[in-house]
Design a protein around this ligand. Sequence first.
Ligand code: COS
Length: 379
Amino acid sequence: MDYLLTDEQIMIRDMVEKFSREEIGPQARENQEKGIFPQDIVKKAGELGLMGVAYPPEYGGAGMDFMSYMLAIEQISRYCASTGVIVSAHSSLCVDPIFRFGTEEQKKKYLPDLCQGKKIGCLALTEPGAGSDAGATKTTAKLEGDHWVLNGTKQFTTNGNEAEVSVVIASTDPAQKTRGISAFIIEKGTPGFKVGKLEHKLGIKSTSTAEFILEDCKLGKENLLGEVNKGFKLSMVTLDGGRLGIASQALGIARASIDDSIKFAKEREQFDQPIANFQAIQWMIADMCTEYEASWLLTYRASLMKDKGLPYSKEAAMAKLKASEVASFCAAKAIQIHGGYGYTTEFDVERYLRDAKITEIYEGTSEIMRLVISANMLK
Ligand code: COS
């Protein structure tokens, strides 16, 4: 589908594909088996401009468009979905809100190190009682004199264990519910702020998924991100972009499932011939490719709309809904094509299935995506 892309977009896609194939892919299996966060890869990704693809050079970014970012996340995730979400959560959920809602001072302070991968970022929105109901946040932030004081627990924060810069969502006026929520920037090492439990997960095992504990965590007024009580909208706008990052991650998993299946089907012989000769296999490959391309086009459309400054919440939700379900579909079919081998850890397809499942859950479940789509269609 190169005819839909500019020369510059094709160039970054191919550069990221080469980097991911040569540097990320060879480490992916061992890193996930041992649960190793790929620090060296993140450093190299930063040097290549991949930790701030769509942000201006004046803030340390690569100065490209969102489409290039989508293509980069897809290529990274083709070789390692963990690395894909590390880059995506960092860029979409931390760099983006600081760039979009930060003061000039905040942008100059945080963005260069984040965009160059010298520091890792995250967003802490979810809580034990506030998952799909993101507005139910119980973490509080109270203004006491010159300081904000935060108390509460966040959970399931991707990159939470490594992040040096966290965007943390808290309620500043609980009675106002979604209209009483604000966002704060918290740096690692701030007194009263610590990382708690790390989750053991089915997939994306090279990433950290952390609990944050805030106990009388004192922040200066300059740590408020955006306006007081406007943090829910900040989160929603941020998640619209994040959902395209996850759609791109899902595309990468689907594409890897297809690539591995085609290779295996041509090599594996049964009944004296490659299994690719059998219609049962051909139909599976046809369905996988058709679903992948449909998801790619939905993600492409939403990314184009974002680059053009058009509203794209519904389109991002459609892209994530479709791409995430297609990633699981393609990974399951890839195991089926691989037969018994696909169920072993000698092949990557079992990892693809485990990694795919979370794309249907984080940054908004498929059920929430359907809710966002229908709310937009019925208003
Ligand atoms: N962009 C801008 N504003 C938005 C928005 C968006 N995409 N979505 C909602 N808003 C605004 C609404 O316009 C409304 O504004 P007003 O207060 O001015 O009326 C406000 O936010 C509240 O919206 P709504 O009433 O729709 O909020 P709900 O509490 O019903 O929640 C859902 C809406 C379910 C869509 C939201 O909570 C959500 O996305 N949940 C999933 C959270 C998620 O993805 N978690 C994973 C986190 S991984 S970091």
